[in-house]
Design a protein around this ligand. Structure first.
Ligand SMILES: Nc1ncnc2c1ncn2[C@@H]1O[C@H](COP(=O)(O)OP(=O)(O)OP(=O)(O)O)[C@@H](O)[C@H]1O
Length: 908
């Protein structure tokens, strides 16, 4: 991953790599909260906010020679002080490790391998040779040490030069650069001995080795039995027998060794390596409980160190067979002259600290996974924080900037080394680099982070060619971009160096000036001063960091989007399934509706009885989602020419033609009636919710004709009011009657003929339905709302004289109807007929949808009448109720019932 591989940007501050800097939520950059309904996405780790503030808050010094300048080479007085306390050395690791140094698995010398004794295929031999040559080529060193051994030139490999236009950089200001063939003792003499001498004189100091993994830090610090490192060499010097007159022989020394590592790749942990790996804690800058072991001679000290190193966390990676996974710190404290140990006060003692840091590593090269990868993160973060602090020290800031203060606090290593990193104590830094071409990025990162000065060289030749080729671009692009173009390659750098170094980047060479053409002269002259270059570098860094952070946030969002898309797909699939299901159910419902039929019966008696019984069974089943006729009761069969099937909330529309052509029609909501006889009215009630104009529906009825089809009927919460002139097409019906049903359809009232206009008014205490039937065959019936919706006027028309053998049944919502005493509309208590109380409660919620066919009730009335007359009791409970309803029966209904009964008798 990008975040784990150090980018090759100059002194870059990769915000994301710092574990202690949690991305702050800024108002502008907070990602929008995704809806939490998605289950899988909620499991995803939250997307971190974009660290734009952090990126922009990073300040790259403008006045310091760390990036590009030549003038910075001359140190100021403040630099003198820093220079006193800070020395930076560079050691280049040999490309091919020397014989005997077999620690690095990846860099083993092929020549040291045991040779194959068998004769080899010559062609194979050649190919091996070629391979070797190509390997040699790729193993060219990318670091060249200057003659004075104070600077190095870092040249990018050719592919990088071409593809990314990365140019050579010169790093200078080193106290000394040790080339690849330098020996341990040479390094000790030049670098460590001054520290040790000062230590012996009572001055504290620290040596820290910093560099990428496998670059030779541990080798430099500890060495091998053959090539002892800085620690054993320092110990040898410390315990070197002193002249008799010297007081050093009586001095005591104390040794403490500990490591800072990541606990399960997360929290930092300090372990004492001299004891049994006991965990320690840090108070201020001191480590609490750290054991100090007194040492008297080199052998004792070396033994102690060797034992401690065995406990140090190391692991094999692709880059190093024995890679350090922790920051190891050795403290050698110089005791007092006295032999009394109790008087040895640590605060007054000089301490020589030697630090072997774990090397920054890139995932690509180490191939780390799991715990190793977590360790890598810790190591990289620690070394980055250390590098940042170091950078601020190199830039002569007495105290690191605010942004860095917290790094000191958060990282145990920097907290412990605070005095050194703030320049208060003497520190010697040894940077180790590998010079292979493949190590270019690591080396560049380290050098930009920790080298005292860096130079970027320019060639005016390249600049000219750029300008000449891209004159147009030159005029339009910014100065920053111009500067970018004139960075030079490594081979040119050393040549051009003198040109720039002398005169603040002025193009003063006559040769160069001659080459410039007139166009170039007319254009803005090159301004390659350090300010511009620094600005350019800063912009470059900011943009680079910005791009990286943006990329990472985009990647996270992309992940989230993918998850959301898959969820959307699932939801779409579900929706499709639900739709097909609902279509199927709709079809089923339509089928069931079509099965619910009713037909005219020739035999009035059988119809009445059967319809009555069926309706009774329906009454019983009302309120259920599905119903069927009771098998124990007589079922309407084909001989009766009355078919009725229902599966959900059945309603019956029945027809009872009498001898005198007086029919009773009851229009029931949700009823689909399909009489087989043309004489019967086909009434198809539309779905209540659809609010299809009722008159349109009734206009299709056989026997009924809607005169006024312009006017829309009013849908009244489940029932409708016919508002228009309706006439019957056949005039074979005697005087109309009015049936009044109560709200629960448990009783009704029939009124014979109503001559003239009838105003039916709503009685607030009653909630009945009005059924208008037996229309006068000679006249139209006009049904309309009068004034407002709360009253209905029913009046016979004058013009029509056509035959009408059907009855017009009009149902009016109880709310819309007012019943008046003059019209003999009597309220019948709802409990009279229907004993089912369960329906009552539900009806309170949906009173208008509970309307039951009045015809059934009418039939029941007739049956009761029959029962009364013929003394045929129908059961106690029902009989009682029916008797009660009998008492409530009005004159009109009685006469209608008698009429029907006489029809029945005559038919029978
Ligand atoms: N100057 C040198 N001379 C000879 N061998 C060297 C030199 N520098 C490094 N090596 C060899 O390179 C290998 C890796 O070195 P070392 O373990 O010291 O790297 P490191 O920087 O400590 O790595 P890490 O950070 O992973 O611990 C070792 O085998 C070591 O012997």
């Amino acid at each position: 991953m990008e975040s784990k591989s150090p980018p090759p940007c100059p002194s870059s501050v990769t915000v994301r790599r710092n574990p202690y800097r949690k991305a702050r939520a800024t108002p502008l950059t907070n990602p929008p909260q995704l809806p939490s309904h998605s289950t899988s996405s909620s499991k995803l780790p939250p997307i971190s906010s974009f660290p734009i503030q952090d990126i922009l808050s990073e300040e790259i010094p403008q006045n310091v020679p760390s990036t590009v300048t030549v003038t910075a080479a001359s140190p100021s007085s403040s630099q003198d002080t820093i220079a006193e306390n800070l020395k930076v050395y560079l050691r280049i690791c040999p490309l091919v490790p020397l014989k005997g140094s077999t620690k690095n698995a990846g860099d083993q010398n092929p020549s040291s391998r045991t040779k194959n004794v068998w004769p080899q295929n010559p062609s194979k031999k050649n190919s091996v040779k070629e391979k070797k040559n190509s390997k040699k080529k790729s193993n060219e060193s990318c670091i060249t040490v200057s003659e004075d051994c104070h600077s190095v030139t870092l040249s990018p490999p050719l592919p990088l030069q071409e593809s990314k236009r990365i140019k050579s950089e010169i790093y200078e200001g080193f106290s000394h650069v040790f080339s690849a063939d330098s020996t341990q003792s040479e390094v000790y003499e030049k670098m460590v001995n001054p520290l040790v001498e000062d230590f012996l004189r009572g001055k504290s100091g620290m040596l820290a080795a910093l560099g990428p993994t496998g670059s030779g830090k541990t080798h430099t610090v500890f060495g091998s039995p053959r090539e002892p490192g800085m620690v054993p060499l320092a110990l040898q010097r410390i315990f070197k027998p002193a002249p008799a007159c010297s007081s050093q022989s009586s001095r005591r020394f104390y040794l403490s060794i500990f490591e800072i590592c990541a606990e399960r790749g997360k929290a930092e942990r300090i372990s004492d390596l001299t004891s049994d790996g006991q965990d320690l804690s840090m108070q201020q800058s001191a480590i609490k409980g750290l054991q100090e072991v007194p040492v008297h001679d080199v052998a004792g000290a070396e033994q102690l160190i060797a034992r401690a190193l065995l406990k140090r966390s190391t692991a094999m990676t692709n880059a190093n067979s024995q890679s350090s996974r922790s920051q190891c710190i050795i403290n050698i404290r110089r005791g007092t002259d006295s032999s009394d140990a109790e008087t040895d006060e640590q605060s007054n003692s000089a301490v020589l600290s030697i630090v072997d840091l774990a090397g920054a590593e890139r995932e690509k090269r180490t191939g780390n996974q799991g715990t190793r990868l977590a360790e890598s993160n810790f190591i990289n973060n620690t070394s980055m924080v250390f590098g940042l602090c170091l950078r601020s020290l190199l830039e002569h800031q007495k105290k690191p900037k605010k942004a860095l203060q917290k790094h000191f606090q958060n990282s145990l290593l920097t907290r412990y080394l605070r005095d050194y990193l703030e320049g208060k104590k003497r520190m010697t830094l040894i940077l180790t680099v590998k010079p292979g071409e493949e190590d270019y990025l690591d080396a560049s990162y380290l050098l930009r982070q920790a080298s005292p000065f860096m130079k970027i060289k320019f060639t005016n030749l390249e600049a000219q060619s750029n300008f000449l080729c891209n004159k147009r671009q030159f005029q339009t692009t910014s100065r920053t971009e111009q500067s970018k173009r004139i960075k030079v390659g490594s081979r040119d750098a050393s040549l051009i160096e003198g040109k720039i170094a002398g005169d603040e980047n002025q193009l003063h060479d006559e040769e160069d000036l001659r080459i410039c053409n007139a166009e170039f002269k007319n254009s803005r002259p090159l301004n390659l001063n350090s300010d511009d270059l620094m600005k350019m570098e800063r912009n470059h860094q900011i943009m680079q960091n910005f791009a990286k952070a943006l990329w990472s946030v985009l990647k996270q969002h992309n992940e989230k989007l993918k998850v959301a898309e898959s969820e959307i797909q699932i939801l779409k699939e579900n929706l499709r399934n639900e739709k097909t299901r609902s279509i199927e159910m709709e079809k089923e419902l339509n089928n069931l509706r079509s099965f619910c039929t009713c037909s005219k019966e020739n035999s009035v008696a059988s119809t009445i009885v059967k319809v009555g019984e069926n309706f009774e069974s329906m009454l019983h089943l009302e309120g259920h989602t599905s119903c069927s006729f009771d098998e124990t009761k007589p079922v309407l069969n084909s001989s009766n020419r009355f078919k009725s099937e229902c599966s959900s909330s059945p309603r019956i529309c029945d027809s009872t033609p009498g001898e005198d052509q007086r029919n009773v029609k009851v229009l029931s909501p949700n009823c689909n009636c399909s009489p087989e006889n043309d004489d019967l009215v086909r009434i198809q009630r539309q779905d209540m919710s659809s609010q299809v104009p009722c008159h349109k529906t009734t206009s299709n009825l056989s026997g009924l004709e809607c005169i006024d089809d312009k006017q829309e009927p009013e849908a009244m919460d489940g029932f409708f009011l016919l508002d228009g002139q309706v006439r019957s097409s056949e005039a074979d019906v005697s005087s109309p009657s009015i049936c009044v049903l109560n709200e629960n359809c448990q009783s009704f009232q029939v009124h014979e003929s109503f001559p003239g206009t009838r105003n039916i008014h709503e009685d607030s205490s009653e909630s009945n339905y009005v059924v208008v039937e037996h229309l006068d065959p000679k006249s139209d019936v006009k049904v309309s709302t009068s004034g407002n919706d709360s009253s209905v006027s029913v009046e016979p028309g004058q013009q029509l004289g056509e035959k009408n053998e059907d009855l017009l049944d009009l149902l009016v919502s109880p709310k819309e109807v007012k019943h008046t005493q003059q019209q003999d509309l009597t309220y019948v208590p709802e409990t009279e007929i229907r004993p089912d109380t369960s329906c009552n409660s539900s009806r309170k919620e949906k009173p208008k949808r509970r309307l039951l066919p009045a015809s059934s009730i009418l039939v029941r009335e007739i049956s009761i009448l029959d029962a009364d007359e013929f003394d045929k009791p129908r059961g106690n409970g029902v009989g009682n109720k029916l008797a009660a309803s009998e008492r409530q029966r009005t004159q009109g209904s009685i006469s209608l019932l008698r009429l029907l009964k006489s029809n029945l008798h005559s038919l029978v």
